[in-house]
Design a protein around this ligand. Structure first.
Ligand SMILES: Nc1ncnc2c1ncn2[C@@H]1O[C@H](COP(=O)(O)OP(=O)(O)OP(=O)(O)O)[C@@H](O)[C@H]1O
Length: 833
């Protein structure tokens, strides 16, 4: 039953799970192939557990009324909850489900007829509380997507009244529609993009770009904690994506290490906007849904205090950053009430090896009073974030101008999925907002700011080197005013007409920008032909047809119809124009996949270096400035692999010595070039731009070097090395010995396993004794999909070429993340590779 928790009420600590979104499901056409029926049987047992959790979870969503939901692709379709009115299903709904259910000659394949084409399922690659995520391939192409399958209707199991069940289904439908709408509009290189979206009678199928570099969690497991420099690179990317969301009035609300994937270029991709929502700076419109994952949840959520939005993401980001640099969560306890208390208290034990700057940044993010907590602006400008870079992370927001009347009707009709209301209402509301004195004043302020002289290079330089001032200022600040407003470049809640002024305005911008992108893509597809695709012009363009003069229209910004071809989009960083970075499509995976891993004959031969070479090199601490040219990167890759591989012997020492020698040589070079100082030159880190160049410019033409050759395809999987090996997960032992070792360890630890191609499929359910507090059984939303406390994962053995090494990779399939992490670490330890 859905409940509303009143503001200020302390949430009861009744459940270990903090997020139970998946209700028991009705018997229906199932996207799962027949061969997975056993999994379904398991799932039905789990759903009971899920139901129990849902009933007892303190994090139930509050939702009071039935609502309608709209597909972002079908803006005009009003769709009542399916249980109420199945006849209102979308056209071809039944056929789509039937087709989805039909199996092809490959026993694991099921086809999804998405608007952009048919997609055939390959395998399950993830499982969350909302449902399965399957790898799928577009028929007739090599395009891979990750298809998130979400069920729409819950089963009547007698535990809930019909009304409650329908209310819950309606609320879930709203969330799904909102997730689809939000991810379809976001356009950021570090946010996993939605490629397509299909809603049938029983399911949502959200087709995301496939992110094939693994989970950040696995990276941490195989590496332990990251070096601060590596963590900084990831943290800057997270900050960039989160700031972009916040400037678009979107709060993620479920930032956690599991929701950060790594792309094949070694960049992060944030996934799972299932809990995201729009936020408003209006004090009277605070959010009151207390959701998230306990380990990453801000204290105000545990206390059921209404919140604006961005501040809860900052807290979760702080926890993520701690995990990156420490390899563990900052708040942990075997006893749930104690864990709640620790989070509310916010007391963190910082390891003494953590740099004081990093510690300072995390301590500013993990401030229990949300009003005193660092803003994203403070986070992005913190000296730790800036170290080795030329400035704060860029948020990649498109260049914007204040809105003018008349508004673009096509944009308005596409503002769906947010329950704003019908287009007429949206137009009226937007018009009122634009004409409001507050908006007009904000526009005038912006215009004045733009007229101010730009800072001189010296001033910019001074700003960059403000570390000392930063600490002094932040440590002495006490007033809410100063902390929340930040500097002119911060996110000025409700004061900046271009950034997070109002959720409806933000969505208008996002839809308009999506149109602009589609128009550009259409033009790019037909470079020599005039555009035939009827993509609605953006409001700025449509303003050329404007009849009534806008109250804030500025003639100099008007475009003629001849300017229908938009210029290359500029982007702002902290409000300034800049060139756009890579688009999502560049991360699009085009290689065929075998069992989720790239097989040798599928290794891409393209140039561009968007592969593991770049990843390894980019994460390497080596100074690459004097290393061989880009064209030799595959050799470098081998060298890098062999360095890691031989670290079992002497190579690691050699490599450290080589690095040291190189640093000393660099220092000598710099000393020769500098007559004024004899100091050791500071270690310089790669800038974003340089890293981007690496990703683009690296040469993987010698891709076969990076291929891992199996001895026996059933024993060791051939994989494309993703750079996730570390000493602890590679071994010189022969393959049969490693397999025997793994079996021995699994048996010893009471892990059930079946041998699969290239490795083992494992599950582990703690014994009754394991449930005792002393065994640290922490609830987690992921548990709702598996038996209580059960974790499921795969161990894959891969062969590293050239050097006689094997690597062991872990992949979580389901269950509590931290139990999985602990188990994987224990297995690695026992294996003594
Ligand atoms: N685009 C993607 N590419 C590769 N794997 C993905 C992708 N999206 C999701 N996954 C995998 O599926 C898992 C579940 O996805 P997701 O977090 O979106 O589902 P969820 O049901 O919302 O999960 P949660 O219970 O964590 O909220 C992820 O942890 C990841 O392993």
């Amino acid at each position: 039953m859905a409940t509303t928790v009143s503001a200020g009420a302390e949430l009861p600590i009744r459940s270990q799970s903090v997020r139970t979104r998946r209700p028991p499901t009705a018997s229906r056409p199932d996207p799962l192939p027949r061969s997975e029926s056993s999994t379904r049987a398991e799932a039905s047992t789990r759903t009971e557990h899920s139901q129990q959790q849902q009933n007892s979870s303190p994090y139930r969503r509050s939702s009071k009324r039935s609502t309608t939901a709209q597909s972002p692709r079908s803006p005009q379709q009003e769709m009542p909850p399916p249980a109420h009115n199945p006849a209102a299903d979308e056209p071809n709904d039944r056929a789509a489900d039937q087709q989805a259910q039909r199996t092809s000659k490959h026993r694991y394949r099921t086809v999804i007829p998405a608007p952009s084409g048919d997609y055939a399922f390959i395998k399950t690659i993830g499982q969350g509380s909302m449902g399965k995520v399957k790898l799928a391939k577009k028929e007739g192409s090599n395009e891979l997507v990750a298809c998130k399958i979400i069920e729409r209707v819950s089963v009547d199991d007698g535990r809930q009244s019909k009304e409650d069940r329908e209310r819950a289904d309606a609320a879930r439908e709203d969330r799904n529609a909102r997730e689809a709408a939000i991810v379809s509009l976001l356009n950021h290189q570090y946010i996993c993009a939605l490629r397509d979206n299909l809603r049938t009678r029983w399911h949502w199928y959200m087709l995301f770009e496939y992110v094939n570099g693994g989970q950040m969690l696995d990276y941490i497991i195989s590496h332990g904690k990251l070096k601060e420099k590596q963590a900084r690179k990831f943290a800057r990317q997270i900050a960039s994506a989160v700031d972009y969301c916040h400037r678009n009035s979107i709060v993620h609300r479920d930032l956690k290490i599991e929701n950060i994937l790594i792309s094949k270029t070694g960049d992060i991709k944030i996934i799972d906007f299932g809990l995201s929502n729009l936020f408003s700076p209006d004090e009277n419109r605070k959010l009151k849904t207390y959701c998230g994952s306990l380990y990453f949840a801000a204290p105000e959520l545990l206390q059921a205090r209404p919140y604006t939005g961005p501040e809860v993401d900052v807290w979760s980001f702080g926890v993520v950053l701690f995990v990156l640099v420490c390899g563990k969560v900052p708040f942990d306890d075997q006893y749930m009430p104690a864990l709640h208390q620790k989070i509310k208290k916010g007391a963190v034990d910082y390891p003494n090896w953590l740099s004081s700057e990093c510690k300072h940044l995390i301590s500013r993010m993990l401030v229990t009073d949300p009003r005193q907590r660092a803003t994203m602006h403070e986070v992005m400008n913190h000296p730790w974030m800036l170290k080795g870079y030329n400035g704060p992370p860029e948020n990649h927001l498109a260049h914007r101008e204040p809105l003018q009347l008349p508004l673009n009707e096509d944009v308005i009709t596409h503002m769906t999925g947010f329950k704003f209301g019908p287009p007429d209402y949206i137009r009226d509301e937007l018009t009122k907002k634009i004409l409001s004195p507050k908006y007009q004043a904000a526009v005038r302020r912006l215009e004045k700011e733009r007229e101010l002289p730009q800072p001189t290079p010296k001033e910019v330089e001074k700003r960059r080197a403000f570390g000392f001032d930063f600490y002094k200022r932040r440590n002495s600040v006490t007033s809410k005013e100063t902390l929340t407003n930040g500097s002119a470049e911060g996110l000025p809640m409700g004061d900046d007409p271009l950034n997070a002024f109002d959720p409806m305005i933000s969505i208008y911008y996002l839809v308009q920008e999506k149109f602009d992108r589609e128009r550009q893509e259409a033009l790019a597809a037909q470079p020599t032909m005039p555009p035939k695709v009827q993509v609605p012009p953006s409001p700025q363009q449509s303003q050329t047809l404007a009849v009534p003069p806008s109250p804030i229209a500025r003639p100099k910004e008007k475009h003629s119809l001849a300017e229908i071809v938009p210029p290359q989009p500029a982007h702002t960083e902290g409000g300034r124009s800049r060139q756009r970075a890579r688009s999502h499509s560049e991360d699009q995976v085009r290689e065929p996949v075998k069992n989720g891993l790239l097989s040798p004959d599928m290794v891409p031969q393209k140039k561009g270096g968007n592969g593991p070479v770049s990843l390894l090199r980019r994460l390497s601490t080596r100074d690459r400035r004097k290393e061989p040219s880009e064209g030799k990167s595959s050799t470098l890759m081998q060298k890098s692999v062999s360095m890691r591989a031989k670290s079992l012997g002497h190579a690691r020492r050699d490599s450290i010595q080589a690095r040291r020698a190189k640093r000393e040589a660099d220092a000598r070079d710099q000393q020769q070039n500098s007559s004024s100082t004899h100091q050791e030159p500071p270690v310089r880190e790669e800038t974003d731009a340089e890293l981007g160049q690496d990703a683009e410019g690296g040469d993987s033409s010698g891709g076969s070097h990076e291929r891992l050759e199996p001895e026996d395809p059933d024993l060791a999987k051939p994989v494309y090395l993703k750079g996730i090996f570390s000493v602890s997960t590679t071994s010189t032992k022969p393959l049969p010995e490693i397999r025997a070792d793994i079996k021995r360890v699994l048996k010893m630890l009471g892990v059930d396993y079946t041998e699969i191609k290239g490795g083992f499929s494992c599950s582990h359910a703690p014994s009754i004794a394991d449930h005792s507090p002393s065994h640290g059984h922490h609830g987690h939303h992921g548990d709702s999909r598996v038996a209580d406390g059960e974790i499921r994962f795969e161990i894959v053995i891969v062969k590293v070429p050239i050097v006689s090494l094997h690597g062991v990779q872990f992949k979580r399939v389901g269950g509590n993340t931290w139990q999985y992490k602990a188990m994987a670490e224990q297995i690695v330890k026992e294996l003594r590779l």
